[in-house]
Design a protein around this ligand. Sequence first.
Ligand SMILES: *[C@@H]1O[C@H](CO)[C@@H](O)[C@H](O)[C@H]1NC(C)=O
Ligand SMILES: *[C@@H]1O[C@H](CO)[C@@H](O)[C@H](O)[C@H]1NC(C)=O
Ligand SMILES: *[C@@H]1O[C@H](CO)[C@@H](O)[C@H](O)[C@H]1NC(C)=O
Ligand SMILES: *[C@@H]1O[C@H](CO)[C@@H](O)[C@H](O)[C@H]1NC(C)=O
Ligand SMILES: *[C@@H]1O[C@H](CO)[C@@H](O)[C@H](O)[C@H]1NC(C)=O
Ligand SMILES: *[C@@H]1O[C@H](CO)[C@@H](O)[C@H](O)[C@H]1NC(C)=O
Ligand SMILES: *[C@@H]1O[C@H](CO)[C@@H](O)[C@H](O)[C@H]1NC(C)=O
Ligand SMILES: *[C@@H]1O[C@H](CO)[C@@H](O)[C@H](O)[C@H]1NC(C)=O
Ligand SMILES: *[C@@H]1O[C@H](CO)[C@@H](O)[C@H](O)[C@H]1NC(C)=O
Ligand SMILES: *[C@@H]1O[C@H](CO)[C@@H](O)[C@H](O)[C@H]1NC(C)=O
Ligand SMILES: *[C@@H]1O[C@H](CO)[C@@H](O)[C@H](O)[C@H]1NC(C)=O
Ligand SMILES: *[C@@H]1O[C@H](CO)[C@@H](O)[C@H](O)[C@H]1NC(C)=O
Length: 406
Amino acid sequence: MEPPSGPASRRHVPWSRLLLAVSLLTFWTPPTTAQPTIETVPPLAAEGSDVLLLVRNVSENPLGYGWYRGERVENTQLIASYRVDTNATTNGPVYSRRETLYPNGTLLIRNVTQKDTGSYTLLVTKKDLQTERQTGHLHIHPVLSTPVIISNNSNPREHEDTVVLTCGAETQNTSYMWWINNQSLPNSTRLELSEDKRTLTVFNVTRNDTGPYVCEARNPVSVSRSDPFTLNVVYPVAKPSLQASNTTITEHEGPVVLTCLTDETGVSIRWFFKGQSLLLAQRMTLSSDNSTLTIDPVSREDTGDYQCEAFNRGNSNRSNPLRLHVKYQLTPESSSDLSVGAIVGIVIGAVAGVALIAALGYFVYTKTISGASDQRDLTEHKSSDHNHSQGYSDSLPAKDVTKQRK
Ligand SMILES: *[C@@H]1O[C@H](CO)[C@@H](O)[C@H](O)[C@H]1NC(C)=O
Ligand SMILES: *[C@@H]1O[C@H](CO)[C@@H](O)[C@H](O)[C@H]1NC(C)=O
Ligand SMILES: *[C@@H]1O[C@H](CO)[C@@H](O)[C@H](O)[C@H]1NC(C)=O
Ligand SMILES: *[C@@H]1O[C@H](CO)[C@@H](O)[C@H](O)[C@H]1NC(C)=O
Ligand SMILES: *[C@@H]1O[C@H](CO)[C@@H](O)[C@H](O)[C@H]1NC(C)=O
Ligand SMILES: *[C@@H]1O[C@H](CO)[C@@H](O)[C@H](O)[C@H]1NC(C)=O
Ligand SMILES: *[C@@H]1O[C@H](CO)[C@@H](O)[C@H](O)[C@H]1NC(C)=O
Ligand SMILES: *[C@@H]1O[C@H](CO)[C@@H](O)[C@H](O)[C@H]1NC(C)=O
Ligand SMILES: *[C@@H]1O[C@H](CO)[C@@H](O)[C@H](O)[C@H]1NC(C)=O
Ligand SMILES: *[C@@H]1O[C@H](CO)[C@@H](O)[C@H](O)[C@H]1NC(C)=O
Ligand SMILES: *[C@@H]1O[C@H](CO)[C@@H](O)[C@H](O)[C@H]1NC(C)=O
Ligand SMILES: *[C@@H]1O[C@H](CO)[C@@H](O)[C@H](O)[C@H]1NC(C)=O
């Protein structure tokens, strides 16, 4: 148990061999009562920060210090050693360029990572070559990034689907909290948190479960809250009804206001004209929620069937068509047009009448002519008959004569 050599000879022993000797000695050197203490500063170390392994209560005037990774003093695990008499620091095999060993024994580790989590052992060599050992523990906590809420169903159907919402990536020693509509989770049989609270299950979603949802991840060194997440619950949209201020109106006479009525919330409205998407003309304006269509001034071109459609992300429903009839307007100009038209009509009528009479006259005339020629034919036939009987034989007239005689 005696130190192997006195101060005089020790001066000539190389430091590395001395350290080795010391480390071997430590196996059979009983710990002295005055133990140094190691304190981690800050106590909760976050990834990326600088951490001190602060050493206190070291015996006075030590010869040097050595810091080792792990709980044992092994030269292969030496980070760095410091010799007080020369102020010399020697880096060991596991030195990572981030460590600084101060003359008071304190070790600084910069920009720590989770790999730095573990035990660190300090070996203090005293003047009498006795050693003191102390092991400290470092726990590096990750700095949590902003969690993202992920749903296993992007368009769940109302009353049909169960949705699982997950808060961020899985990290150890992290606790989670949830909010819906900016309030803590309500008591509901349809809501269920996993044991670690990282996943929230919403059974049989309804349109009221849209959210927004927010989750928060918290560990000893950081708190991070997700962006709001909205659940797109798909549900059947009720058929909207369409009303008009006027269904029959004369052109340029006042505006026509079409109103699409729906008692659904969370639906959007679009318009159709003659079955096609309504192209907004300059005289048409939509209200900010698109539920009211104003046509001012109304034009003949606006005559036709109107429909409005209520839709959400998954479903839509169209109103029955509503027919708008825009009548032609009778202005002074157009009435003179009409009289011209009437005149034209009369003229056409007259011409048509004349033509009809002419046609009738022609018909009668041709009928008369053809009747006359028929008679003439008959006459001619008779005369020719007469001629024939005269020219050929007497047989027929003779028979006639005989018949007449009978
Ligand atoms: C320092 O060591 C002394 C004696 O060994 C002890 O009484 C004291 O409590 C220690 N101080 C600390 C902070 O550990
Ligand atoms: C040791 O020195 C470092 C650097 O100068 C200092 O931050 C630390 O507080 C000192 N340790 C003690 C116990 O005073
Ligand atoms: C070691 O550092 C101390 C204070 O920084 C200084 O007083 C001393 O002279 C230095 N010793 C050597 C050998 O450089
Ligand atoms: C800290 O370490 C990380 C990798 O672990 C590196 O990307 C980063 O640049 C380092 N920061 C500083 C200030 O050295
Ligand atoms: C989401 O998870 C729930 C519960 O495990 C399951 O019932 C549902 O089918 C899942 N949805 C999809 C789209 O995978
Ligand atoms: C989580 O905490 C336990 C106990 O505090 C600790 O043993 C474990 O190493 C920690 N894990 C991480 C990844 O921080
Ligand atoms: C949510 O609640 C907090 C206070 O609890 C309040 O400051 C914040 O304005 C609310 N946000 C919304 C969108 O209601
Ligand atoms: C929710 O339920 C718990 C017990 O299940 C009860 O203690 C709590 O008061 C309830 N909260 C509300 C707001 O009903
Ligand atoms: C979800 O709906 C199914 C079928 O309608 C029903 O059997 C079940 O009890 C519901 N679950 C909850 C938690 O309401
Ligand atoms: C949604 O909430 C409203 C108002 O609280 C309620 O009238 C309606 O019935 C709810 N709808 C469903 C599907 O739960
Ligand atoms: C139709 O429009 C005219 C002119 O703008 C108006 O006087 C009349 O009250 C409207 N009829 C109906 C049923 O709204
Ligand atoms: C109204 O409809 C237009 C397209 O016609 C659309 O760009 C706009 O987002 C709609 N507004 C609302 C509140 O739905």
